[in-house]
Design a binder for this molecule. Sequence first.
Ligand code: AHG
Ligand code: MN
Ligand code: MN
Length: 333
Amino acid sequence: MRLNQVISLSQFIADQQSKHKEATGDLSKIFRDIKFAAKIVNRDVRKAGLVDILGAFGTVNVQGEEVKKLDMLANEEFKSSLTLGGDCCAIISEEEEDIHHIETTLNVNSKYIIAMDPLDGSSNIDVNASIGTIFSVYKRISPVGGPVTMGDVLQKGINQVAAGYIIYGSSTMMVFTTGNGVNAFTLDASIGDFCLSHPDIKIPEDGNIYSINDGIYDRMEPGVQHYVDYCRNSTTKETYSARYIGSMVADFHRNMLKGGIFMYPATTDAPKGKLRLMFESNPMAFITEQAGGKATTGHVRILEIQPTEIHQRNPVFMGSTHMVEKVEEFMKQ
Ligand code: AHG
Ligand code: MN
Ligand code: MN
């Protein structure tokens, strides 16, 4: 009898590490800590309806958005795991205004910085739709041991060492890249580990799914409106389907597997768009490119934007290359 070979996330990371003689193993430990927090958050998400963690926390975050209890819980779980793990010297989070410095004796000499959106798709928590966690890993620029500076934190997306997301959907998956393709691992609850389920994911060059919040149509720039009209118009050669959950992780994940474009454009009331460069756009852009897709603001490559603020926003068009190129053409006209 031949058994199916199962590759665990830890095994996969160890194999990748052994291919890099210079690797110290610190990045593997960061993944260990992210994986641990993801399992805790997954547990909380799965029982959310049974215990008192649905609903609002009663405050608004730095973006002025209502904070849900699960947002807070996830933020604390990831911070705690990364702090105890000892391999991360600072965190920036969608839920925190400033840099969260980690100055324990363990962490003070570590080189990695994490950017995270601990709970993405918060508005979907209470209605049992898919939500996620998004993360990026950067190496600090200033020497280890000293204080982490804004320059360490505000790096371009092209400097990401790793990026990924966890989707708490009909199953729980971790999808990530370390700059060498994209792989997805599904959580097998019976053994409590993430196992390789989707090796070397590639986004189809063409797709027929377009994902955009139709409710903001009247506030979009004409080029984007024309592209949406083009997708809506069933007399075109290709037929398109609109699919929009309102949870970037879930919308992105579907489009990456099936082919499609995810858009969050600038609007008249939000001229920079809604999504956050450090927490949402950059990690997803890195994954997109590593899967062979394209990620831009409609004009420039997302990964090349020089950030100037932790919470800055930017318009997003990402997914199947030909679809992104098409909307860019419309935006040029
Ligand atoms: P978050 O829950 O982290 O604040 O992110 C929500 C984001 C993103 O996940 C999603 O694509 C987008 O907001 C949806 O926005 P609209 O409700 O404006 O469509
Ligand atoms: Mn988000
Ligand atoms: Mn969030």
